[in-house]
Write a new protein. Structure first.
Length: 144
């Protein structure tokens, strides 16, 4: 039986990633998306990040909705990072679900030095995301 071709590209095989592979891949890129609840609805914001000891670190500003959520005890969030090739339909995607909270001194100053925001805006807050669930997939061409 022949594989059905969609848009000139054959469907891709989906491989599950191990947790160490997920951490390596997220650490290899600097941009991702944080997903949180705002007014009981999902909200998504692109952010740059760094990885430190199995923790995702992001920066944000006072007006950002996620700051209010992280300022409470801990907020459940998802963090997603990927690297996808739209032409070849290959790449990877990692989703990490866990708890976000505001980082306090002295770690806050250290992270502020290490993580420069991509946007031209003062970022007042550092937020840590400690994942409890780590999943990922890799899209690869069919091997025959």
């Amino acid at each position: 039986m022949r594989a059905r071709v969609m848009g000139g590209v054959q469907p891709r095989q989906v491989l599950e990633l191990t947790e160490p592979e997920c951490w390596d891949l997220v650490g290899s890129v600097s941009l991702g998306r944080v997903v949180f609840s705002m007014h009981a609805m999902p909200a998504i914001r692109p952010v740059n990040h760094l990885v430190d000891d199995k923790t995702i670190i992001i920066r944000s500003h006072l007006g950002a909705a996620i700051v209010g959520h992280a300022a409470r005890d801990e907020a459940v969030v998802c963090y997603e990072a990927d690297q996808l090739d739209a032409d070849r339909h290959t790449g990877w995607s990692v989703i990490m679900t866990g708890l976000a909270r505001l980082v306090q001194e002295p770690a806050r100053s250290r992270y502020e030095r290490l993580l420069e925001p991509w946007v031209d805006r003062h970022m007042d807050y550092v937020i840590s995301i400690k994942p409890r669930i780590v999943t990922g997939i890799r899209l690869v061409g069919w091997c025959r």
